[in-house]
Design a protein around this ligand. Structure first.
Ligand code: ADP
Ligand code: MG
Length: 238
């Protein structure tokens, strides 16, 4: 399960309202992409869903439960950052198993879940290496592995590929797409990259200055942009 609903959510930092009242529903199993220029509020929205940032007002529900009453670690959501969020002193095995050790799961089960995740991400040969001895793409897979082991209700990605070079980005995009096909878990993916949005999403949410300009499938946005901003943003090459 992983239906996420934002109801009348707002966010202010001091006197500055960066998210005016916003409503949005992400259905269970959807691959939703939040796209928009830098500073439009994508990370803030994701962090509020993850529970890393308080709402100023409104409500977020996850599978019908008011999330704001549930501590971040118990929301069943896994956030994937850029790959440099790995622990440099830990092996791949330890990095991937970290959330399970924190949850006090017993070692035999941790080993088994880490191996399953490592297999699905082609990391079996790298389990005893440290992040410094991996390529950028492998490191990003470890970051994803650390999310997978938790078997979350939804994955939240914040520009996970922005540190990778162009060729690797294309490969990782495909891998994340395949992961979604396989797990069918809700994914929310934040990017400022139109190409990522158009190629990865079932549902694109176009944001400008904290306001949703349009929500729709890539084809709907391409063929029927609701305004000049959406047309320009989706239509313009990167
Ligand atoms: P994006 O991820 O789309 O680039 P952010 O969500 O990071 O945008 O930021 C949205 C707006 O909120 C920006 O104007 C940013 O400067 C502001 N902002 C984000 N975090 C903070 C903070 N902790 N304190 C003050 N302003 C912030
Ligand atoms: Mg951001």
């Amino acid at each position: 399960m992983g239906r996420i609903q934002l109801k009348n959510v707002t966010k202010s930092f001091g006197d500055v309202q960066v998210i005016p009242p916003l409503d949005l529903t992400i259905e269970d199993g959807e691959f939703a992409v939040f796209v928009g220029p830098s500073g439009c509020g994508k990370s803030t929205l994701l962090r509020m869903i993850a529970g890393l940032e308080d709402l100023t007002s409104g409500e977020i529900e996850i599978d019908g439960e008011v999330a704001t009453e549930v501590p971040p670690a118990q929301r069943g959501l896994a956030m994937v950052f850029q790959s440099y969020a790995l622990y440099p002193h830990m092996t791949v095995r330890k990095n991937i198993g970290f959330p399970l050790r924190m949850a006090k799961i017993e070692q035999a089960e941790i080993d088994q879940r880490v191996e399953t995740a490592a297999k699905s991400l082609n990391l079996m040969d790298y389990l005893d290496r440290k992040p410094a001895d991996l390529s950028g793409g492998q490191r990003q897979r470890v970051a994803i592995g650390r999310a997978i082991v938790r078997e979350p209700a939804a994955f939240l990605f914040d520009e996970p590929l922005s540190n990778l070079d162009a060729a690797l980005r294309v490969g990782m995009r495909l891998e994340i797409g395949e992961l979604h096909e396989r797990l069918k878990t809700t994914m929310i993916y934040v990017t400022h990259d139109q190409v990522e949005a158009m190629t990865m999403a079932n549902k694109i949410v176009v944001l400008r200055a904290g306001v949703i300009e349009q929500v729709g499938s890539p084809l709907e946005l391409y063929h029927r942009p609701q305004n000049e901003f959406v047309a320009g943003f989706i239509g313009s090459p990167k």
